[in-house]
Design a protein around this ligand. Structure first.
Ligand code: MF3
Ligand code: CO
Length: 260
């Protein structure tokens, strides 16, 4: 048997200064306002393209830039992922929201060079009890993860807690796609898993900024990428998926959500 020794990893992780944290916080405020705008206007009958227009207009009006736009060739300002779409859905005129849909709207903002990233789920009209429970579980998973965010704990404790919670509700967690460090770039180290082993991963230190954004599937955890656009991720079994996302900073005694 291989002997396993616990290694405290810090990795190549950026620790943010007070001034940088304030920059990310400001970016996060705009990001939150954009999500609030979407929340106030989203309804059955609109296209996902309409959501893209709102995000572009509200973000630029605030003097900021939508981070997804032209990011590695992504063509729109926001990701809109509906029902069995897990993430990275591309807004378009043809996709019309209808009663019973669940949709993730993932907004990311660059302001003054600082990046923030958050997403919410929206239930369109009357949604089945099954889907509502899935959406609620994905939201609660964030809170479960946040309870583990404390300095000098390994990041894997957070991912592990989320995984256990989601399993206890009868759902699965996507393994291949996770969260990420964020702040000075869109995607920084560390990579953040939500199926991590307890005690694994980087040590959380004050000033570490990352996203909590587990993707929760009603069925199995398997996913695939849409060949036709190279972006959109779907559940393999066609069952619905849900995700909420926050950007958090590790503080001296816990965490601060920077996307409020
Ligand atoms: N906002 C997504 C995330 O949480 C990233 C989307 S990349 C994009 O990491 F290009 F699709 F926007
Ligand atoms: Co993210």
């Amino acid at each position: 048997m291989t002997r396993r020794r616990k290694i405290l990893k810090t990795g190549n992780v950026l620790v943010k200064s007070t001034a940088q944290l304030e920059g990310i916080r400001e970016s996060g405020r705009i990001n939150t306002a954009v999500l609030d705008y979407v929340q106030d206007h989203i309804c059955a009958g609109i296209s996902t393209e309409e959501i893209d227009r709102w995000v572009y207009e509200q973000t630029t009006r605030a003097g900021a830039v939508p981070a997804p736009l032209n990011y590695e060739g992504f063509p729109k300002s926001v990701c809109t992922s509906r029902n069995q779409a897990v993430c990275h859905g591309i807004p378009n005129e043809k996709e019309i929201l209808k009663e019973g849909d669940i949709i993730n709207v993932d907004v990311s903002t660059i302001y003054n060079g600082y990046f923030s990233d958050a997403s919410r789920m929206f239930c369109i009209g009357e949604v089945s009890e099954d889907k509502r429970r899935l959406v609620q579980t994905a939201k609660e998973a964030i809170q479960v993860g946040l309870l583990e965010v404390k300095p000098w704990k390994p990041l894997g404790d957070m991912g592990h807690a989320i995984h256990m919670y989601v399993k206890s509700r009868g759902y699965s967690v996507v393994e291949e796609i996770g969260g990420h460090g964020v702040g000075l770039q869109f995607h920084e180290e560390p990579w953040v898993s939500y199926v991590a082993a307890k005690g694994s991963g980087e040590i959380m230190v004050p000033g570490l900024v990352f996203t909590i954004e587990p993707m929760i599937n009603m069925g199995g955890p398997e996913v695939y990428v849409d060949d036709s656009n190279g972006w959109t991720v779907y559940t393999e079994d066609g069952m619905p998926s849900a995700q909420w996302e926050v950007t958090v900073a590790v503080t001296q005694d816990g965490y601060e959500i920077l996307t409020r």
